[in-house]
Every structure is written in structure tokens, then in C-alpha cells.
Write a protein that binds this ligand. Structure first.
Ligand SMILES: *[C@@H]1O[C@H](CO)[C@@H](O)[C@H](O)[C@H]1NC(C)=O
Ligand SMILES: *[C@@H]1O[C@H](CO)[C@@H](O)[C@H](O)[C@H]1NC(C)=O
Ligand SMILES: *[C@@H]1O[C@H](CO)[C@@H](O)[C@H](O)[C@H]1NC(C)=O
Ligand SMILES: *[C@@H]1O[C@H](CO)[C@@H](O)[C@H](O)[C@H]1NC(C)=O
Ligand SMILES: *[C@@H]1O[C@H](CO)[C@@H](O)[C@H](O)[C@H]1NC(C)=O
Length: 520
């Protein structure tokens, strides 16, 4: 284990000094003490102050979204809420995170938030640590994984939702003041939900790796639940959108094959067991991997994430990567995705705004550019670590630096380099959305409206009294414009999974020294 205090301490000393000197970046000389061998390793990191600052802000949105009994008073205007969630099934489902501007806990996107946050920590936790963000990231991750463990009380049962979205969306009140019933939704053998169970398995398997060096008991517990959930997902194959049609109105799943591969990929990384590798290279892969076709990474589509995650095995798997032809197909598909993202590539996607932002959907537009940019930096870092100098896109070659440059254009756009001169990360920069579609942020701290009374705050013409710090809002239209109005949920509603993506992206860009290693 590394000596975290020392590492952090020496970094912050330089940080303060260089901030005082007005430097835009700082370097710090870090000593890593390897307790096993007693040897001292030295490494030099150069950290971007801009991205470090943005990461510190982005991480706070998880605190804004926390349900349950808060252990730390990180957000002055938040308090305990939903303490009885789960009680109708004699479960404690008080933790977890609210989904967006509302007070719902939707298990499918919430589990995905945890999967992406785990991935960010596993790949870039060393960089988060440099700027004191590793522990907050782990704490927020655990806030979701604690919920998921409790939501899985027996083998083939998973509670996937707390609250009735129709009722919840008929109210405008703070989570602290909720009076509405909080009904539970469950998947089980008679009403299975393959994608939601598989996503929970992916979240818990990846988190088991994160916590391996922190608490082995907890890590094992996570892995045990992940294994069981994967069996449930795989054995009882049915989309939760079909079993429980009401969910389709909110987080409709367009298929479960992507989640099965993604979950098996994470379980393979967590266990190194052959059956999971067989799963991602065998008939399920042929059925679901959609090799050769690029798509967009999102809460609904895990395939691009799975292609990049499986590339990791191809790049670094050594003799484990026995089925290398198949693994190469994942990697080739990841390359097709990269070629689509790079703006100078012959196969560059045309899904972009005039100002270069990847743009796929009017609702929550920023999800795709931020998620894609994270995959681009990561893929480039895999290439660097494996000493692969370039990829070829229809005969034109591109380097890891090109992938990183692309990613920086996306995040810089988000942070204010755009025609609105506005940061879409709330709390960052001089100008950011002030009418974010978020109940808690919109209602003054000394007001406690009931369900319907609160709507006057939705319609108020005053800016939000509370800053939803770290929220990544939906984002601009295709024409690069944004309407900062509280009822504009299409553009102005932040989501918790957006935060996982922006945290992952900013962590990946913190420094230029990539240090990709085996997870375990
Ligand atoms: C199984 O799940 C369905 C759908 O949520 C639910 O209606 C049913 O009551 C559950 N069955 C049991 C035994 O809990
Ligand atoms: C480790 O995790 C277990 C299981 O969640 C928990 O009971 C225990 O208190 C944790 N230990 C520490 C030192 O946090
Ligand atoms: C949900 O997704 C399925 C599969 O793509 C689609 O057929 C269905 O129309 C969608 N339902 C809703 C309500 O969007
Ligand atoms: C930009 O696009 C939005 C949504 O399509 C539209 O409502 C708005 O009028 C457009 N603005 C400009 C300046 O073209
Ligand atoms: C938001 O409110 C404004 C002013 O009341 C109205 O003009 C606009 O149509 C509303 N927008 C939406 C998306 O409801």
C-alpha cells in the first residue's frame, strides 16, 4: 500500500506555492513508499490546475444527490432524507442517490453511475489521489454499492426502484420534506430484469476491485453479490422494460446483451476466472457484441464501454488472452469508435455541433461527448502503456496524443469554451446555469413546501437559491445554444450518471503521465 498522506501532503505544498506564483500547471515530486518491499519509488506528475479545479467541483454533485442519513455535512443545504426507503420490504434502502432533478431512485442508471465511477477510480485513482479526490470518489461509490447490496436480499431478487415516478414528478419538493409513499419495484424470477441485474453485477464487480486494497471483507461481499446477480441476469433472460412495462417511460432499455457482456467483462477482471472470459468470447459475444459497428456509450448502451474494457485484455492480458482473435474484434471495434470520434479522421462522425462538440441527442446532450471523450483518453492511455504508437483510420494514422487532444476539445467546450461562453458544469467558472432543473437547489433552505406548494419555486423567476454544485446539465442544442430556464428539463436537468462521466474524464486528463496497470 502506498503512503497516501505523504503523497498528498507533498503535492499540496507545491500546489499552494505554484498557485501563489500564478502557474497554470504544477509539478510535484512524489515519493511512493512500497510497504512490502520497503523500496521508495519516485515519479513526477504534472497536474493541470484547470482540470483539478473542475474535478473538485464535479465530485460534489454526488454529495448533492445522496439519499439517507448523511454522514458528512458537505453540502450546506442538504440534510437527511428518505430514511424509511425500503421499509415496506423490511429493507434499508435509504442510501443510494437521487437520479437527477427529481427525488426518484432508479436502480438501472444508478448502478451504471457506480460502474463508471469504479472504472474511473481503477484507471485514474492515482491521479485523483494527487488532488485529494480519491477518498471522496470511493465514499460516493460506496454510497451506491451499499444501496445495491441491500437491494439484493436473496439470490434472484433485486429491488430496482424506490418511489413512484408519476407521483414523484407530480410534486416539486425537497427530498428532505417528502411525504409521498415510496413504493418499491422489484425484479425476480417471475418478472426478471436482465439488464438491470447485469448492470448491478457490473457495478459490484468493478467496485470489488476498487475496495480490494481498502477493505477485503467489503470487497468480497461486493463480489459475492456480483456473481449472484450475474447468474440471475443470465439465467432468467428478459428485459425489465418488458417484465415491468411502466419503467419504459423513464429508463427504457433497448436490450440486455450489452449489459451481459459488460458485466461478464467486469467479473473477468475481478476474478480472472475462465468462465467469464468464455462468456465474453463465446456465443454470447457473437450474438451481442456487434463488432465493427460504432455506437454511443450511455446509461442504455454499454457496448462501447465493453469494447474498450475488453481491449484492455487484448492489450495487457498476456497468456490469459487465449482467445485473442475474439478479443481483437473488441479492440478493432474500439478503434472504429475512436476513428469516428477523431475530427480529422476519414470516418469522423458528423454528429457534431459547428463548434466541434459531439452531439447525438437533444435530451441530455452532454452525456455522449463526455462519455466518448473519456473512452478516447483511456484508449490512448492503453496504447501508450502497450507501446502501440498509432491506429489507422481508413489509412490515416492517429496517435494517443490525437485522442487526448480530441478529449480536451470536448471538456474545454463543457467548461466554457463555447459560443455561450458558459460553463455547463455548475459552480465552475464565472458563468454557469443559474436555473438548473433541480428541486433541492431551487427551494430556499428556510422553506419547506409540501408536494404541490413547491411548484411556485419551479416557476419562480429568481435564480436557484442553492447552487447544485458539480451538476453537469443536459447541455446545448445542436446550434450550440442553451436556454437557462428552470422548466427546461431537456437542457437544464443534471443527472447523476453525467457526473460519473465528467469525473472520469477530468480524472483522465489531470496529468499527461498515464500509468495504466493491471487492476488487481
Ligand atoms: C416479482 O416481481 C413482480 C414485478 O415487480 C411483482 O409484481 C411480484 O410481486 C414479485 N413477486 C414476488 C414473489 O415478490
Ligand atoms: C470492512 O467491511 C465490512 C463489511 O462491509 C465492515 O463490516 C467493516 O466494518 C469494514 N471494516 C473497516 C475497517 O471499515
Ligand atoms: C423501449 O425500447 C424498445 C426496444 O428498443 C422499443 O421497442 C420501445 O418502443 C421502447 N419503449 C418506449 C416507451 O420508449
Ligand atoms: C437553436 O435550436 C433550438 C432547438 O432546435 C431552437 O429552438 C432555437 O431557435 C435555435 N436558435 C437559433 C439561434 O437558431
Ligand atoms: C417554460 O416557461 C416559459 C415561460 O413561462 C414558457 O414560455 C416555456 O414554454 C416553458 N418551457 C417549457 C419547456 O415548458
Amino acid at each position: 500500500m502506498m503512503d497516501r498522506k505523504k503523497k498528498r501532503g507533498s503535492c499540496w505544498g507545491w500546489f499552494v506555492l505554484l498557485v501563489v506564483l500564478g502557474g497554470a500547471a504544477f509539478s510535484c515530486f512524489v515519493l511512493l513508499r512500497n510497504s512490502k518491499s520497503g523500496s521508495v519509488l519516485a515519479a513526477t506528475f504534472s497536474v493541470s490546475k484547470k482540470y483539478a479545479n473542475a474535478l473538485g467541483i464535479a465530485m460534489q454533485f454526488f454529495d448533492v444527490q445522496k439519499s439517507g442519513k448523511l454522514e458528512e455535512d458537505n453540502i450546506a443545504w442538504r440534510g437527511d432524507s428518505a430514511l424509511k426507503d425500503g421499509s415496506e420490504a423490511k429493507l434499508d434502502l435509504s442510501k443510494g442517490m437521487y437520479d437527477a432533478g427529481d427525488n426518484m431512485k432508479f436502480g438501472f442508471p444508478m448502478a451504471f453511475t457506480a460502474s463508471v465511477l469504479s472504472w474511473a477510480i481503477l484507471e485514474y485513482g492515482d491521479q485523483m489521489m494527487l488532488v485529494d479526490q480519491l477518498e471522496p470518489a470511493q465514499t460516493s461509490l460506496k454510497w451506491i454499492t451499499d444501496f445495491l447490496i441491500n437491494a439484493h436480499p436473496v439470490d434472484n431478487v433485486l429491488y430496482i426502484q424506490v418511489g413512484n415516478p408519476k407521483v414523484d414528478h407530480g410534486c416539486w419538493n425537497k427530498p428532505e420534506d417528502m411525504m409521498e409513499a415510496r413504493p418499491l419495484t422489484v425484479v425476480n424470477v417471475t418478472s426478471p430484469g436482465t439488464e438491470v441485474a447485469a448492470e448491478a453485477a457490473a457495478a459490484l464487480a468493478s467496485a470489488s476491485l476498487v475496495f480490494k486494497s481498502v477493505n477485503t471483507t467489503y470487497s468480497s461481499l461486493l463480489l459475492k453479490h456480483a456473481r449472484q446477480l450475474f447468474v440471475f441476469a443470465d439465467k432468467y433472460r428478459k428485459s425489465y422494460s418488458i417484465s415491468i412495462p411502466q419503467v419504459a417511460e423513464f429508463y427504457n432499455s433497448t436490450g440486455y446483451g450489452d449489459e451481459l457482456l459488460w458485466a461478464a467483462g467486469w467479473l473477468y477482471h475481478a476474478t480472472a476466472e475462465q468462465p467469464y472470459l468464455d462468456f465474453v468470447t463465446g456465443k454470447n459475444a457473437h450474438q451481442f457484441a456487434d463488432w465493427g459497428n460504432p455506437s454511443w456509450f450511455s446509461w442504455d448502451n454499454k457496448l462501447p464501454g465493453a469494447q474498450v474494457l475488453m481491449s484492455r485484455i487484448s492489450f495487457f492480458g498476456g497468456k490469459d488472452a487465449s482467445n485473442s482473435d475474439i478479443l481483437m474484434q473488441y479492440r478493432d471495434t474500439a478503434e472504429v469508435i475512436m476513428c469516428g470520434l477523431l475530427p480529422e479522421s476519414p470516418s469522423a462522425t458528423s454528429s457534431r455541433t459547428e463548434n466541434g462538440l459531439i452531439w447525438v441527442s437533444e435530451w441530455n446532450a452532454l452525456q455522449h461527448p463526455v462519455a466518448s471523450a473519456f473512452l478516447a483518453v483511456l484508449y490512448g492511455d492503453y496504447m501508450n502503456a502497450a507501446q502501440v504508437s498509432s491506429i489507422s483510420c481508413d489509412g490515416t494514422t492517429f496517435t494517443p496524443a490525437d485522442l487526448r487532444d480530441f478529449a480536451e476539445t470536448q471538456v474545454d467546450y463543457v467548461l466554457g469554451k463555447n459560443p455561450m461562453d458558459m460553463s455547463y458544469l455548475v459552480g465552475y467558472g464565472g458563468k454557469f446555469p443559474e436555473y438548473v432543473h433541480h428541486r433541492g437547489a431551487s427551494i430556499p433552505g428556510d422553506e419547506f413546501p409540501t408536494c404541490k406548494e413547491g411548484f411556485k419555486w419551479l416557476h419562480s423567476h429568481k435564480p436557484n437559491p442553492n447552487v447544485a454544485v458539480g451538476a453537469l446539465v443536459g447541455g446545448p442544442f445542436l446550434n450550440d445554444t442553451y436556454v437557462d430556464a428552470r422548466n427546461n428539463s431537456m437542457q437544464g436537468e443534471p443527472t447523476t450518471y453525467n457526473s460519473a462521466f465528467i469525473v472520469a474524464l477530468l480524472s483522465s486528463l489531470l496529468s499527461t503521465s498515464s500509468d495504466i496497470k493491471p487492476f488487481a
